[in-house]
Design a protein around this ligand. Sequence first.
Ligand SMILES: Cc1ncc(COP(=O)(O)O)c(C=O)c1O
Length: 398
Amino acid sequence: MSKANNKMSHRLMEDNINYSDINILKKFISKNPIFTNNKKVLEFEKLWSKWLGVKYSIFVNSGSSANLLSIAYLKNKYKKGEIIVPALTWSSDIASVFHNNLKPVFVDINLNNLSMSLESIKKKINKNTVGIFLTHILGLNGISNDIINLCKKKKIFLIEDCCESHGAKFNSKKVGTYGSISNFSFYFAHHMTTIEGGMISTNSKDVYEICRMLRSHGLVRESQSLSLKKYYEKKYKDLNSQFIFSLPSYNVRSTEINAVLGINQLKNLNKNIYNRNKNFNFFLKNLDKKKYYSNFDLKGQSNYAFIIIFNEDYRNKKFRSKFEKILKQNNIEFRRGTSGGGNQMRQPYVRNILKFKEKDFKKFPNVEIVHHYGYYIGNYPSLKNQKIKQLCNILNNI
Ligand SMILES: Cc1ncc(COP(=O)(O)O)c(C=O)c1O
């Protein structure tokens, strides 16, 4: 409670960087080390791979850069084709498909896990489909045996966007270990932070080598494969081996400073996930089930923001205006549409290219519910039950 006006105040994110992080950073900087991508980045990548349960990871400067390189990898592999994407996701999941001249094909979601619906995927798969780009939304596990088996059967590449779901699990394994590539974000507002940052994780040596090059201008010297380096050197004898640019690429490297922060943040990740899940369970327990949807599939969850979706009787503009007015009055920060502002098909960067009209959006009823009547508000590890109850009281009394 703010003492000045006796009002609630609740931000989307708090306490994501603590004194231990700041002290570690000060210590590191005071040694005047190499600051550009170097040993600390490699150390962070190795620790992350171990924590997640994969062979390789590549640290980049954002989750969106991780998305971009994943799709660039697919473009390099297949040259053309369609990628099945959920209409509820972050903009860079779709933009990365456009940037690589592949075609995004949209599907609807399930309300209980906010992830792609199997039925919609089955309807959209065809001989041109080269990938499924699944997003685990707001810490809910979005993957299933059916989706994994479908990808295997059809020989379709599975990419998992885990930018909002670090540590969520399906069966006994963490999400991000099922796809051929998985992407994470360490933006300030996520489960852990490097301020800005992202990670690509994979068990595939090929993905690893190509993405290492894609991260750094396409430079062959970035690859850790001797045979790959030899191949290029032999084939392009007219080039200096330090300057062979294999593919049209990017520079999306991060720095040693961000990696040092990541290494320290990783130490608290499990504990923070535990606390946040506890908070979300308590939030749902105290929330009015008549007004708000609560039938989420919480198995394996790793929550970092409280999800609020209106129940059917409350899905109208009048209740929505009242809801937003009261949250604003109480200084409760919120985002409507949840992940990425809701239905990506409605966003100018998509609808102006694919020429979607209002009638097209209606074919995605669950995404539309979340777009118009879905929200998230902050959930941080230090949140106390008393404050969660206050939040619920405010929401329940709307
Ligand atoms: C699902 C999802 N994917 C990708 C991203 C992009 O991550 P970043 O902000 O690090 O670019 C976000 C951003 O928050 C996200 O929520």
